[in-house]
Design a protein around this ligand. Sequence first.
Ligand SMILES: [Zn+2]
Length: 218
Amino acid sequence: MKNEKAVVVFSGGQDSTTCLFWAKERFAEVIAVTFDYGQRHRLELECAADIARDLQVPHHILDMSLLNQLAPNALTRSDIEITEKEGQPPSTFVEGRNLLFLSFAAVLAKQYDARHIVTGVCETDFSGYPDCRDVFIKSLNVTLNLSMDTNFVIHTPLMWLDKAETWELADELGAFEYVRERTLTCYNGVKGDGCGECPACKLRQNGLQTYLARKEEK
Ligand SMILES: [Zn+2]
């Protein structure tokens, strides 16, 4: 696949930045696409732009503010509290987000004549997001190919990894320090190791500590 192009769905967070490094190693040309849907923290978009610049990857920021018109949620609206209730998707869930993002990424990929689409979705830490599931991605892949009469391949390098293994992958790609320091995962908009308090930081920290402990054992 060294002579082929890939579009990476890219938010500037740990997962999609790891995917960007992964794609850069595999494809001749990589294009990053970020969706602006009125994120709580504009810093997220800046962070994504900085990383794309560092990695010398063309970067598109597409306006998806309509998503917030359809379904206001805790990721976009500061007056909605971030909560996680047993048996329910967390309040950060945006219905149909991956469906929409991947569909728009495919339209962009077609413009670039890129056959590959890369996304950091993951079923392992499945927290009630139905459109992160492998079966959904495979189904959408078929649908996109039928809709555009093309042969897209959607890659999900993180699909079966836990958070510790995602750190391991970043390390294997020589990007551990970069991902640790330069990405933004925190719901409170704190780069790198984050605020340490929000659900996203706790998940990221747990994974990091587990990975570092595993590495120590070896
Ligand atoms: Zn945080």
